[in-house]
Design a protein around this ligand. Structure first.
Ligand SMILES: [Zn+2]
Length: 334
């Protein structure tokens, strides 16, 4: 095998491994928010419950061969499964191309995969589970063990500063404004990012996430309704049906009643009538501490995906971003 062919073979192998990890991330995204095991039972069709055979569970290829339909029940399989697999493959490949064969490559591959899973979990549930953010923070704090470019000081200060800045914003919102400005999941995620990338990366991460979050938020406002609002409208319609069916709200401690309370709280707000920063409703505003009862305000966006995106950009396109940063701010200062 010539060196060129060998390099191609290794690249293909990295892409394939990344896609397989993406397949596992699909399981993480579906199960971790529900507190279910990510090891057992094996994957089954979410619609008919039939076990998925290994030959129908090959990343991306099976979805294409099955033409996006379950072999057993024939119902559509979401394009999100192959999307997560492709994204994982590309991100792992990008880390490999950037860092090559060295100690930090495997660590950063795990880091980008965790960010990918957290992004989709936050989009689905508006939560960043501690089961993922805390281990990610712990690994980041010990990552100088395998990442020679990162000092213990940079990792430790990065975690503390990341936590401190967002915790201050969250506490200011809760205690002074009595609004949720920053979720605690975002606080832990920025702490983890600070540990993995070191404190010098925090300013670009915070700036990039804020700028891109604002651009997307404004675009969704201008376009009228984003996908999140469509889902919201659907939930409100359901809530009104449920409210009509059972007028008395059952105690929130009963399982199943939580869903009704949550949907009821959603119905209490009118979409579009309140600005994104307004408290959602008296009912849910009083329960801001418990994430379970929190209802996204109209036009709100989860912040986790933008933090993850900014961290990925800072890790994978660091030099280009620093150049752009100085090009823009250098001109402003001159
Ligand atoms: Zn099925």
């Amino acid at each position: 095998m010539t060196p060129g062919a060998f390099a191609l073979f290794v690249d293909a192998w990295v892409l394939a491994v990344g896609a397989c990890v993406g397949s596992f991330l699909n399981v993480v995204i579906a199960r971790v928010p529900k507190g279910r095991s990510i090891v057992a039972p094996p994957s089954s069709c979410p619609r008919c419950g039939k076990r998925i055979a290994w030959y129908d569970n090959i990343p991306v290829l099976s979805w294409l061969l099955l033409r996006a339909r379950c072999r057993s029940c024939g119902l559509p399989i979401s394009a999100r499964y192959p999307l997560v697999e492709v994204l994982a493959a590309l991100l792992v490949f990008a880390v490999w191309k950037q860092l090559g064969l060295q100690g930090s490559t495997l660590g950063f591959a795990a880091f980008v995969c965790a960010l990918l899973a957290l992004t989709f979990i936050d989009l689905d549930t508006w939560l960043l589970p501690h089961q993922l953010t805390w281990p990610l923070l712990a690994l980041g704090l010990i990552s100088p063990l395998w990442n020679a470019e990162l000092s213990w000081m940079e990792a430790g200060v990065g975690a503390l500063a990341g936590f401190g800045v967002f915790a201050a914003i969250a506490l200011f919102g809760e205690k002074v404004l009595h609004k949720e400005t920053m979720g605690w999941g975002d606080v832990w995620l920025l702490a983890a990012i600070g540990a993995w990338l070191g404190w010098p990366a925090l300013l670009p991460v915070v700036l990039l996430s804020a700028i891109q979050g604002s651009v997307v938020g404004i675009a969704l406002l201008l376009l009228g309704r984003g996908p999140a609002e469509k889902e919201r409208a659907e939930r409100e319609r359901l809530a009104q049906e449920m409210a009509a069916a059972q007028p008395a709200s059952p105690p929130a401690t009963e399982p199943g009643a939580t869903a009704a309370t949550e949907l009821g709280a959603t119905a209490a707000t009118e979409p579009g009538a309140t600005a994104a920063t307004e408290p959602v409703s008296t009912e849910s505003a009083a329960q801001l501490d418990t994430d379970d009862d929190w209802v996204p305000p109209p036009h709100a966006l989860p912040y986790g995906p933008f933090l993850a995106l900014a961290a990925l950009e800072t890790l994978l396109a660091h030099d280009a971003i620093v150049k752009l940063f100085y090009a823009v701010f250098g001109k402003l200062a001159a």
